[in-house]
Design a protein around this ligand. Sequence first.
Ligand SMILES: *Cc1c(COP(=O)(O)O)cnc(C)c1O
Length: 380
Amino acid sequence: MAFPIEKFKDIETPFYYYDKALLCKTLDTIKAELAQHPDYHLHYAIKANANIDVLREIQKAGFGVDCVSGGEIQQALDAGFDAGKIVYAGVGKGDWEINLGLDAGIFCFNVESLEELEIINELAGAKKKVAKVCFRINPNVGAHTHANITTGLSENKFGIAMEDMETAIQAALRLDNIEFIGLHFHIGSQILEMGDFEALAARINELQDRLEEQGVTMQVINVGGGLGIAYDDPDGKPVPNFKAYFDTYARNISLRKGQQMHFELGRAVVGQMGSLITRVLYVKQAHVKKFVIVDAGMSDLIRPALYDAHHEIQNLTGTGAEETYDVVGPICESSDVFGKGETLPACRRGDIMAIRSAGAYGEIMACRYNCRKLPKGYLF
Ligand SMILES: *Cc1c(COP(=O)(O)O)cnc(C)c1O
């Protein structure tokens, strides 16, 4: 990627740079794929990146939003998204959050327990409204990804167990202020093996057959998100393989007539277009290795510390012969490391570095640990 380094020089580091051209190219690719499948609907998972300028581009592309909190519903509305395209999941929806969803008129609540179903019914009743509901089913399907981002196993807190699916649906059908419309799933994140999605599709077919035998029909099958990105090759694979992803579902799920399939992609939409831009503060020659100390830390991008993630690191202004460094931040934690044994053009104080593939779960997860300023995000 050719970075607009001249523009970077006037912006206080660290900050997130979002490449508008790549975001638009990614959105166009998704739109072109979805055009092949008129029954498919995409809800962007806003928890990946809720930067308002990024959201406006996604909104312009015509997609809906997948939210996991009232704050996210509000942010989506503020960005101009149509409430009728918002879906709302989460194991712990508070009353004010449910009320916000009801007042806005969101498309669907993805309900994760019977206890929650009854509260939604009660709150909807008080407003003389009917809430549309999908049940989030825990399909007990694993995913080849980091344990902290696996969500579809029986041991995870998410969703309703398959054994309890019929009980939940029967309860929903009895409630006056609930309209049951379908099933929801989400097995995890950063999934690159299409076989994992095939396994989910097979499970969904089983469940759908089982329900049909009991006379239960559904308008919506929501398969969640989870498509991964190439963290090791942001320039070679800037746009994820959406074709393979959608085709996998098209080949493996038997949709009934008139049924809609919904998707909730987050990382795949915004991951590759973002970089954390940081400056070199010091190059420290220790006894066993050289450290490049940059002004961004784990408070700005927590993925390496939280998920053992590795993001490609580039010295955008270095011109000298390559050397090997550990690239670390200024935070008082030993896990504040962006990369070990990185080979980079010789680094000097003031060099500008890019930590790549940071458009998803970057800025939005930043915190103020060590009383630091929050990094800003810029789309251009
Ligand atoms: C996080 C999340 C997503 C998006 O996951 P990605 O891996 O970013 O695509 C989708 N649905 C639900 C319910 C989620 O919690």
